[in-house]
Design a protein around this ligand. Structure first.
Ligand code: ADP
Ligand code: MG
Length: 309
């Protein structure tokens, strides 16, 4: 189990993580979904002991990260966003390094290194220096280094960024396998689809704050069966607000001079009415986009913006 309570971390005046709380359970994948700069890596850093929190409490497998640091890290695996590999060493040597750092020795170490080389599909090229590897292979090795000591809790910080589709599938399978074997997995990503397909529970984070948390069905229910309709053009937000709020079943999520964001059931059937109202006020519409109920539309609903790379 990974327990985070009221976690806060500041860099100077910038509050990177602001009162974040969640619990990741064993045998499940807990997702932390948010755009770049949301505070995902900072949260991971505070759990792994790399960063000192400004406030709050973090426990890994029952051990307090601040007061029982070494104990909390003993059965923790970390796969950092930045590759933690020695480029001149081979995959096997990198794994042996990380394995012995976690206290594995002798034949057990050797067995574990072989096992994760096999799992990550690197066994055939295990003797080559890492600098000869493709990006996807490096990501897979980075992952393998984080699980070589069979951790009971695993922190994965955007482990699939920039990998080829084949490596991605392999990595996601490996993540699932870890949780199936009973590990507690914390998985950060800015990819909606990954979060949707992989995670048993999700917290959506933006500007250091968790803005929604739950299982996928719970999060979907927050939005209801509503689509998100974005209208781009040139508007007077006050007039738009007044005009559109007279229509039934329409929530104005956000409106400024260039974009209007609405949440409404079956937006496609209402589009012409809405556009008519807007053009009757003399505003110009350049583009419309419709997002059906999904994590993406929930994110837009909660923040008024899209979750982009
Ligand atoms: N070492 C640092 N010094 C100052 N600001 C930082 C540092 N690390 C991260 N930040 C800032 O903290 C915020 C959260 O960053 P980060 O946790 O890396 O977000 P994410 O991993 O979700 O992209 C960002 O605004 C980032 O610029
Ligand atoms: Mg990050």
């Amino acid at each position: 189990m990974i327990e985070v309570e009221g976690l806060r971390k500041q860099y100077g005046d910038l509050v990177a993580v602001d009162d974040v709380s969640f619990t990741a359970e064993p045998g499940a994948i807990f997702g932390l979904l948010g755009p770049n700069g949301a505070g995902k890596s900072t949260t991971i850093g505070c759990i792994s002991g790399l960063l000192k929190p400004g406030a709050g409490r973090v426990r890994v497998l029952g051990h307090d990260v601040m007061t029982e640091g070494p104990l909390s890290r003993r059965k923790l695996g970390v796969v950092p966003q930045e590759l933690a590999l020695y480029e001149d060493l081979s995959a096997r040597e990198n794994l042996a390094y990380w394995g012995s750092a976690y206290g594995l020795r002798g034949s057990h170490l050797k067995k574990r290194v072989n096992s994760v080389l096999e799992l990550s599909g690197l066994i055939d090229r295990a003797k080559e220096p890492v600098k000869k590897y493709s990006g996807g292979m490096k990501r897979r090795l980075n992952f393998a280094c984080g699980i070589v000591h069979e951790p009971e809790a695993l922190l994965l910080d955007e482990p699939t960024v920039g990998v080829d589709p084949q490596s991605r599938v392999r990595l996601l399978d490996l993540v699932r396998e870890q949780s199936k074997n009973g590990a507690t997995v914390l998985y950060t990503t800015h990819y909606m689809e990954e979060a949707e397909h992989l995670c048993d529970r999700l917290a959506i984070i933006d500007h250091g704050k968790i803005i929604a948390e739950g299982t996928l069905p719970e999060l979907r229910a927050m939005l209801g069966e509503r689509d998100i309709l974005r209208i781009m053009g040139k508007f007077d937000p006050n007039i738009v607000f007044e005009t559109l709020s007279q229509l039934e079943d329409i929530e104005i999520v956000q409106a400024d001079e260039e974009t209007i964001t609405l949440a409404t059931p079956q937006a496609s059937t209402r589009l012409s009415d809405i556009l008519m109202e807007i053009s009757e006020e003399g505003f110009e519409v350049r583009e419309t986009t419709l997002t059906q109920p999904s994590l993406e539309s929930l994110f837009i609903k909660l923040t008024g913006k899209e979750l982009r790379e």
